[in-house]
Design a protein around this ligand. Structure first.
Ligand code: SF4
Ligand code: SF4
Length: 277
């Protein structure tokens, strides 16, 4: 897992030293993915519309020069059981870990004399807030794209080589200049359409991002139903995606396991019916 941290760019001077120090800090925190985006990259993003101007890092923190993005994976068995109490608890745990980790990384940068502010993973107060506006005040997904960690898929999540879309991201802003990454040029989504087929509320149109945005309202209402049972989020479009080295490691490279009945699905049935309201 350290591989994704060590394959990064050529390093130079203070910016490179800080980059190496941050990577080492991530290792000690067991964070397997880290990338850095240039805060100016939001001015000339790879496509438009990107995010609104008031969501740019420099609009939120005018002195920001770099955006550090980390990724923590979701373990395959938990997400294979989704929607379930197992996945719901895993999702919450990963979010807490992300927030604690970006907070600790910002304290680390502060200790080196830089201003740094962590950005919370989910910046909204529950489902009612999501119904009013299903977007956050800062998009960690777009930050992950600019930090070279992955590319958007048909399901509108960011797919990574290591974990496909089964990874969650969080970010921090800093005034430090840090050697930054460039977006990946290769598109990781193979447009297989499985996420679209398996979405229980037909929220996924099947086109590529950003030309085809998922129906966020339909997805939010699905979340609300699962939330009432204590087993949100849904996660279906994330678990079926064939992209990601993690599938090999967990021994379920074949996505036909999601369309055929068998041992795998029997196992999920037991977990899915457990512990919900
Ligand atoms: S399931 Fe297929 S179409 Fe959907 S994001 Fe993954 S690779 Fe792309
Ligand atoms: S999370 Fe569930 S409801 Fe939302 S788009 Fe994905 S499959 Fe559809």
């Amino acid at each position: 897992m350290i591989k994704c941290l060590t394959l990064k760019l050529h390093f130079r001077g203070m910016e490179g030293d800080l980059r190496l120090a941050l990577e080492e800090k991530c290792r000690t925190l067991d964070i397997p993915m880290m990338g850095v985006a240039d805060a100016d990259a939001w001015d000339e993003p790879p496509f438009r519309p990107f995010v609104s101007d008031d969501s740019h890092p420099k609009a939120i923190m005018p002195s920001a020069r770099s955006v550090v993005v980390i990724g923590i994976p979701l373990p395959m068995p938990a997400i294979d059981s989704a929607p379930s109490i197992w996945y719901a608890e895993t999702y919450r745990t990963v979010n807490q870990l992300l927030d604690q980790s970006t907070y600790r990384l910002s304290l680390f940068l502060e200790s080196k004399g830089h201003a740094a502010a962590f950005v919370p993973r989910d910046g909204y107060a529950g489902l009612e807030a999501l119904r009013k506006d299903p977007s956050s005040f800062f998009s960690h997904r777009h930050a992950a794209l600019l930090a070279g960690l992955g590319t958007f898929g048909v399901n509108n999540t960011v797919l990574t080589r290591e974990y496909g879309p089964r990874v969650r991201f969080a970010s921090l802003f800093t005034d430090a200049l840090i050697d930054h990454d460039e977006p990946i040029e290769e598109e990781l989504c193979i447009e297989c359409g499985l996420c679209q087929k398996k979405c229980p509320v037909n929220a996924i149109g099947g086109g590529t991002y950003p030309d085809d945005i998922i129906d966020k309202s339909a997805c939010t209402e699905r979340t609300a139903i699962l939330n009432d049972k204590g087993i949100s989020p849904c996660g279906m479009c994330v678990r079926v995606c064939p992209v990601g080295e993690d599938r090999k490691r967990w021994g379920n490279k074949k996505v036909s396991i999601y369309t055929e009945k068998g041992d795998w699905t029997d196992r999920w049935d037991k977990i899915r019916s457990h512990g919900m309201r």
